[in-house]
Design a binder for this molecule. Structure first.
Ligand SMILES: C[S@@+](CC[C@H](N)C(=O)[O-])C[C@H]1O[C@@H](n2cnc3c(N)ncnc32)[C@H](O)[C@@H]1O
Ligand code: SF4
Length: 337
């Protein structure tokens, strides 16, 4: 068991998700709708972003407290200039067992080999539809599905495997495509992970009736290709796993709304400007950048992270109710999905 603090519910810190930029070249309706994230939207100025050196220093301290999985995300992480340099710096740190990235895939075809050489282990690629019209309407961008599929192929060729494919399922948008998406990647070694649409942020107009429950998603795949449930790979894994009975691979379902998994949540999030958030639904973060830039030494920063984690009480998804709909929330593109 790695060392480190536990929070008020006895949960250790094992995973760190780092938003390396709050910018994105997509405008997914459920994440960064263009009405809100338009030409006048004030993204973080460069000077406020953590530098690669600052991120690496913090990750080193988090690993000393027990973090073993690090995910680069955003915003779109591949928009951050020279990201492979950060990957190489993180890959050189001891203690990280899983170094991965979540991307919309639009720039992956040209970056996959470089990222793999720099030491990235795996990628997760978001892809909500195989139908070009649904795909481009959903992310409000001219990038075709084919470009993302090329990115997945390039990641596979570069050994960034198993590639996971995130599909956010929304009622009336892509719910009819669940079986087709599973079929497209069955037998490929890739793992499709269907995600219930979550009430993150306040700009996407989330409503419970837009959510397609995990049980319905599993039933849609199972009707075509029978599934059997599989045990989690490790405590705190977010996706429930299912294997095809005929041995042609597996899928995952992230039931954040109908099957909350707060009880064993071991994830911390670091925003692009250096605030640590204890939960995707936390309304405020703790400013580590101020400590870094005020010249705090490693012991002081480690003590601050320990205190933040030990005070953690968050279990939003287990408490979620109609009362939480109007609560203030931060945007996923900022906090890191
Ligand atoms: C915020 S994105 C950041 C990384 C990258 N831009 C991407 O799209 O993969 C991370 C993941 O969060 C998912 N996501 C964003 N908003 C969501 C929501 N409201 N509910 C569920 N998943 C969401 C995205 O589909 C994506 O798979
Ligand atoms: S989900 Fe990812 S690709 Fe879509 S707008 Fe959000 S950050 Fe960008």
């Amino acid at each position: 068991m790695p060392p480190g603090p536990v929070d008020t519910l006895g949960r250790p810190v094992r995973d760190l998700r780092i938003s390396v930029t709050d910018r994105c070249n997509f405008r997914c309706r459920y994440c960064m709708p263009r009405e809100v994230f338009g030409p006048d939207y004030q993204f973080l100025p460069r000077s406020q972003l953590l530098t690669f050196e600052e991120i690496t220093r913090l990750v080193g301290l988090f690993t000393s407290l027990g973090v073993r999985k690090v995910r680069l995300t955003g915003g779109e992480p591949l928009l951050r200039h020279d990201l492979e340099r950060l990957v190489a710096m993180l890959a050189a740190l001891p203690g990280i067992e899983d170094l991965t990235m979540t991307t919309n895939g639009s720039l992956l075809a040209r970056k996959a080999a470089t990222l793999a050489r720099a030491g990235l282990h795996r990628v997760t690629v978001s892809l909500d539809s195989l139908d070009n019209a649904t795909f481009t309407a959903g992310n409000d961008s001219p990038v075709p599905v084919a470009r993302v599929l090329e990115g997945i192929e390039a990641a596979t060729a570069a050994g960034l495997t198993p590639v996971k494919i995130n599909v956010v399922v929304r009622r009336g948008v892509n719910d009819a495509e669940v079986a087709a998406l599973a079929r497209r990647f069955r037998g490929s070694g890739h793992i499709v992970r269907f995600i219930e649409y979550m009430d993150v942020g306040h700009s996407n107009g989330w409503r419970l009736e837009h959510v397609v429950p995990a049980s319905e998603i599993v039933a849609a795949v199972d009707a075509e290709a029978p599934l059997i449930p599989v045990a989690a790979n490790y405590p705190g894994e977010v996706a429930r796993r299912f294997r095809y009975r005929d041995g042609s691979g597996e899928i995952g379902v992230v039931g954040s709304v109908t099957l909350p998994f707060c009880g064993d949540c071991t994830r911390a999030r670091l925003s692009a400007d250096g605030k640590v958030f204890n939960c995707l639904f936390a309304t405020s973060g703790h400013d580590l950048r101020a400590l870094l830039r005020d010249g705090a030494d490693d012991d002081a920063i480690t003590a601050a992270i320990t205190a933040i984690w030990q005070a953690r009480t968050d279990r939003y998804s287990e408490l979620r109710s109609s009362d939480t709909v109007g609560l203030p929330k931060v945007e996923m593109s900022y906090i890191g999905g």
